[in-house]
Design a binder for this molecule. Structure first.
Ligand code: OAD
Length: 243
């Protein structure tokens, strides 16, 4: 990464009154959580459609819950890292701010971020597959076959699976926050899953400067204004000039 790039990106961020951030699994990597597509990622050696689709759940809910329960229980051991803290600090500095995350781990909230859209839901919540019951239940060990206390149907994780629509409220807020952004900051996502990735291409249409922070080049690196390579937990504090 050139110092020039970092300096110019830092100036753009400092001068912006409206900043929108899009994050992905790379932001939580330094907290110890795997990404999806990396060498040790969740999707290595498994069938995505078995674990993260309505059809996979119908076929084998026990298998799906085994995987989600492992992921839920892993959250108790992890803490927000400097990347999460830097984004919470950015929110305190910028008058108009929004954080759109694809992450389901709630680490942004733990770091103090408030204006958040959870585009893919969260594993800290469950909802019933038959009735309207839903429950926030972080830090609770769920049974292997979680059932609805109201109607006894299977509960499911409060996430968006492949083949499902994003919640309307979430995508419309993400869209609105993208349109108003003067700087659009993309952190730790491979930018291959739509509609989240589409927001990155939409942002410049409304005049935003787009800054990417990622360990590696991604699908969008050549389309953004500044592509900063490195760990989010190191680059973001530098970008915000946090001592
Ligand atoms: P991916 O695993 O696809 O991408 C993670 C990105 O983070 C990669 O581009 C890495 O280079 C980058 N990365 C890893 N460590 C980093 C670090 N310390 N600092 C900065 N960057 C780092 O994860 P997502 O893009 O979040 O959806 O995946 C998007 C969606 O695909 C997920 O929400 C999930 C998945 O399937 C669903 O389950 C619906």
């Amino acid at each position: 990464m050139s110092t020039d790039n970092l300096d110019q990106a830092r100036s753009a961020l400092r001068e912006a009154n409206a900043v929108t951030v899009l994050t992905g699994a790379g932001v939580s990597a330094e907290s110890g959580l795997p990404t999806f597509r990396g060498p040790d990622g969740y999707w290595q050696g498994v069938s995505v459609m078995d674990l993260a689709s309505p059809q996979g759940f119908l076929r084998n809910p026990n298998r799906v819950w085994e995987w989600y329960n492992l992921r839920r229980n892993a959250l108790w051991q992890v803490r927000p890292n400097p990347a999460h803290h830097a984004l919470a600090e950015l929110e305190r500095r910028v008058p108009t701010f929004g954080l759109i995350t694809q992450n389901v781990d709630r680490l942004h909230q733990k770091a103090g971020s408030k204006q958040i859209v959870e585009l893919h839901g969260t594993i800290c919540m469950v909802r019933c597959t038959a009735c309207h019951y839903e429950q926030d239940c972080p830090n609770v060990e769920l049974p292997p076959e979680p059932r609805c206390p109201e109607c006894s149907a299977w509960l499911r994780p409060g996430v968006v699976w492949f083949g499902e629509m994003l919640p309307f409220e979430a995508i419309s807020k993400a869209d609105q926050w993208t349109r108003r952004a003067e700087v659009f900051l993309v952190v730790g996502t491979s930018a291959v899953v739509t509609p989240a990735a589409n927001l990155i291409y939409q942002a410049p249409d409304n005049g935003a400067t787009v800054i990417e922070v990622n360990l590696d080049a991604t699908e969008v690196s050549t389309a953004v204004d500044f592509s900063l390579r490195g760990k989010a937990g190191e680059i973001l504090p530098q970008l915000l000039a946090i001592e």
